[in-house]
Design a protein around this ligand. Structure first.
Ligand code: H2U
Ligand code: ZN
Length: 352
């Protein structure tokens, strides 16, 4: 394929993980960048906020009190979207009105006791502790007979609906495989069947590492890239280089590599517009349904809303909500921008 020919022409690209298309309109922005970059001042945040319901020792909104935790801390969500003890029931009055109960567990994980530290500002060993807790939660929740899928995700920043600046993520673990992971599973299975047992993401990563057009950063065990089919302007996919399906299969070295990548990606994001960069990120990994899943390749998606500056965001509206997502800047130019940013955080070293 001659991508150069498409670089200035409207075209669509296929997401092989979902089977969906994205419309790319590079002619709308011949230059990779337009407009000025507005800086927003980052208010000095407190290391401890007496009014924060996630800080150590404080009362949560539901009335419970957090312990004086000194590293990563996980608790049951006080306002869970899913409940563990619901009686099975299925309602279907026709093929058009179908409903069934959904069972599950919701957890909240505070990354650090420090109210002001995002992943980008934590040390690799502090991030390593977060990964340990993720892996423990994935295995423990996944081992429950009624839990067949564990989704670990972070909403970062008010723009993404995060309810509190204290760095935290959520886990929703439930009985059925949710829509997107189910689609990815189907496509990975199909690819494996049609390509003599090969893995879709192993093949894709090898191609990207060879082409060097959309890589943002990589280390021994992981690679971060703007996918060929990215929908969000600065979307990133983070994937392991070795083929394995879940966090419980990470070796110690791979955990350290993952911590390094999580910090590198979020530091580059913060540096892009010199702001605490908002995003939704989450992991896609083997369902915990007790079946073999040789098709699954462990990865994460970062879906950030910002487009041109700290305040100018991309909206998924109009054609995108009704038809197909669309982007102007190409994934290649987004990757180049992210790749060439400094590795050190623009705010400098963290004050203790
Ligand atoms: P978000 O910032 O992504 O909304 O996640 C915060 C979660 O924390 C949210 O799901 C829960 C909310 O229900 N929460 C508690 O469990 N206890 C509290 O005291 C407040 C918020
Ligand atoms: Zn706090």
């Amino acid at each position: 394929m001659d991508l150069a020919k498409l670089a200035s022409t409207p075209h669509r690209r296929l997401n092989p993980l979902t089977g969906e298309w994205v419309l790319v309109s590079p002619q709308r922005t011949q230059r990779p960048w337009q407009g000025k970059v507005e800086r927003t001042t980052i208010g000095t945040q407190l290391a401890y906020d007496p009014n924060c319901y996630l800080c150590p020792g404080n009362a949560r909104a539901g009335g419970e009190k957090n312990p004086q935790y000194d590293s990563t801390f996980a608790f049951d969500n006080d306002y869970p979207a899913l409940l563990p003890d619901v009686t099975d029931s299925h309602a279907q009055t026709s093929d058009l009105l179908v409903a069934e109960t959904e069972r599950g567990v919701c957890r909240v994980i505070c990354f650090s006791p420090r109210h002001d530290l995002t992943i980008s500002r934590m040390t690799d060993s502090e991030i390593g502790r977060v990964i340990d807790v993720w892996a423990e939660e994935y295995s423990r929740l996944g081992a429950q007979p009624s839990i067949n899928h564990v989704e670990i995700f972070e909403n970062r920043g008010a723009m993404m609906g995060a309810s509190n600046p204290h760095p935290h993520c959520q886990i929703w673990a439930n009985a059925t495989i949710p829509n997107l992971p189910a689609k990815e599973q189907l496509r990975q299975e199909e690819y494996k069947r049609e390509h003599d047992g090969a893995c879709l993401l192993c093949d894709y990563i090898a191609l990207e590492v060879h082409l060097q057009q959309r890589i943002v950063c990589q280390n021994k065990a992981f690679v971060a890239l703007v996918p060929f089919w990215a929908v969000w302007p600065f979307e990133i996919m983070l994937a392991c280089k070795r083929h394995f399906g879940s966090m419980s299969e990470l070796s110690d070295r791979e955990r350290a590599s993952l911590a390094d990548m999580l910090r590198q990606i979020t530091t580059r994001y913060d540096n892009l517009f010199e702001v605490s960069f908002p995003y939704t990120m989450g992991f896609h990994q083997t369902p915990t349904d007790n079946k073999a899943h040789p098709e699954w390749h462990f990865h994460a998606h970062y879906l950030p809303p910002l487009l041109r500056s700290a305040t100018v965001q991309k909206f998924m509206v109009g054609y995108e909500l009704l038809a197909t997502p669309q982007r102007d800047i190409t994934p290649e130019s987004a990757a180049e921008r992210l790749r060439t940013l400094p590795r050190e955080h623009f705010l400098g070293p963290v004050q203790s």
